[in-house]
Ligand binder design. Sequence first.
Ligand code: SAH
Length: 264
Amino acid sequence: MTQVLPARVTLVGAGPGDPECLTLKAVRAIAMADVLLVDDLVSEAVLQYARTDARVVYVGKRGGCASTPQAFIDRLMVQQARQGLRVVRLKGGDPFVFGRAGEEIESLRAHGIEVEVINGITAGLAAATALQTSLTHRQHAHGVVFITGHGSPGQPATDWPLLAHTAHVLRLTLVIYMGIARVAELQRGLCSGLAPNTPVAIVQHASQPEQRHVVVPLDGLTAAVDRHGLGSPSIIIVGDVLRGLAEIAHHGRAAGPAQQRHAA
Ligand code: SAH
């Protein structure tokens, strides 16, 4: 008698890019997959663990195409899982941080598909690691806010002055995803509640060979992004936990590879 496996999809966090950052669970799930649906920002290096005969479907914006509509992705996952295939949905970073995992889980469950989720290292944490800076600190920061700089269509925009004021009063570090295209708006809004010399770090391609970062005062954010040509994917970290780094940057001491590259 053949055993019928329940239709199932595994949402896997692919981490920030460095394949060494994958969890063992993620590597195992990738290696067992018959089909992998791969998001934008998942590094190619992660796919080295996939079977050579696995079907890989890119559903991000690669190749200049508009990203695949969510409904199509949902349909494909349901269809493939119902055929008894092992389906892995690979997402950059962690599926539960700006990864739309909630929507996908809802849709899969509504179709009677079992879901497993495997965590990945989120880009905000990889950025902190790139800076070798703790996001919390007993003296400087009592908590962390992970927030999108992009917002959602049809939703009210983030009240940056209110967030800055709250971060100041409650001593919170801000970790901003998808913010690089809106740095002027971020700088303006955040300067209403935080001191203009609050340190800010922009970390691009965290954990990857192209990784680089810049540390500047908040009122120099936009100018720094322009000057260094920083683009996506980048994480912007704001807060006093970066004070030590800001001093290093200010005095030009101990410039890491990132700063050396900018100087070249
Ligand atoms: N689920 C992902 C986030 C997806 S939103 C996670 O947990 O990391 C996409 C945003 O993540 C990008 O716009 C950028 O802000 C950030 N990002 C993803 N990978 C990155 C990387 N390697 N370095 C810096 N930022 C990254």
